[in-house]
Design a protein around this ligand. Structure first.
Ligand SMILES: NC(=O)c1ccc[n+]([C@@H]2O[C@H](COP(=O)([O-])OP(=O)(O)OC[C@H]3O[C@@H](n4cnc5c(N)ncnc54)[C@H](OP(=O)(O)O)[C@@H]3O)[C@@H](O)[C@H]2O)c1
Length: 277
């Protein structure tokens, strides 16, 4: 078994987020040097400080994942501070309330257009789609080049349960994550003979700032009807804890999974296995 990541340089986008910060800590604990990408420097710096206290090698490279020039600048900084890149986790992503329909379904003639798909803000749709899809595509182009040059590397995309079968209310997020799955398989084939593996991790339901408004009522404690439905659809009958993604991340980024590519791996308490009946 080889779960070691010693001497590996790993770039993580969305690094300071709830799920990705756990992935970062797991990769650093496995021996990797970590390069943290996100838009807010202070959030990256706070995480970097924590890692440095444990003597991990870390570099922060603030950038928007939808901005190719900013990513190229980030790559220069990472290359000069940590060296050539071995692993990329495309973690930046998420939904936005403006790209969400209030209605799950249109059930009759008397419905509020603004609460349905027909009132959706197309710009907000494009922005959520762009963050989740283009925000995985551009870093793969920019950071994958180092991997291609040395014929060795791993790209790990972050998918969602909404990619298998779309969840109601979140059409932009769902279609973008479905595109991420498709792209994962496409790229895996394209670069297999250059020694690059491309997989995706599909988390089930973990509570974060971006989905809290969908899972809980305003008091932040009582489940919403949607949160309740999700728990009933999850055979383990609970939301995931962010730490529960750590081992799967190290597995997919290390030689422990060296004959795996083009796979979408669910960590979901059984959600995707359950028909609901
Ligand atoms: N939470 C869940 O249950 C769940 C389930 C399935 C999949 N996922 C996926 O898991 C990934 C991590 O989600 P999370 O829940 O941990 O999210 P989160 O806590 O909201 O973190 C998202 C991170 O991405 C960064 N980010 C957002 N837009 C960015 C941009 N344009 N460029 C660079 N960085 C950007 C944010 O930092 P800045 O704002 O500072 O840039 C933030 O640190 C996402 O891809 C999400 O779709 C989450």
């Amino acid at each position: 078994m080889n779960y070691q990541l010693d001497n590996k340089v790993c770039v993580i986008t969305g690094a300071a987020g709830v799920l990705c910060s756990q992935m970062v800590k797991a990769l650093a604990a496995a021996g990797a040097s970590v390069a943290l990408i996100g838009r807010t420097e202070s959030k990256l710096e706070a995480l970097a400080e924590e890692l440095r206290k444990d003597n991990h090698q870390v570099c922060i490279a603030p950038a928007d994942v939808c901005d190719r020039d900013a990513l190229l600048k980030a790559k220069d900084k990472i290359n000069s501070e940590l060296g050539s890149i071995d692993i990329l986790i495309n973690g930046a992503g998420g939904n936005h309330p403006d790209a969400t329909t209030a209605l799950e379904e249109i059930t009759g003639d008397d419905f509020e257009k603004s609460e349905s798909f027909f009132g959706i803000d197309a710009n907000a749709f494009q922005s959520v789609f762009g963050l989740n899809f283009i925000g995985s595509l551009l870093p793969s182009i920019v950071f994958g080049e180092d991997m291609s040059d040395k014929k060795d590397g791993v790209i790990l995309n972050i998918s969602s349960m909404s990619a298998y079968l779309p969840l109601t209310k979140v059409p932009a997020y769902s279609s973008a994550k479905a595109a991420v799955d498709n792209f994962t398989k496409w790229l895996a084939v394209h670069v297999a003979q250059r020694g690059i593996r491309v997989n995706a991790l599909a988390p089930g339901f973990f509570v974060t700032d971006q989905n809290r408004f969908l899972l809980y009522q305003e008091d932040g404690k009582t489940l919403s009807a949607r949160g309740e439905k999700i728990i009933q659809q999850t055979p383990m009958r609970r939301f995931g804890e962010a730490e529960e993604l750590r081992d799967a991340t190290v597995f997919l980024c290390s030689d422990a999974s060296k004959f795996m590519t083009g796979q979408i791996v669910g960590v979901d308490g059984g959600f995707s296995a359950f028909s609901g009946v």
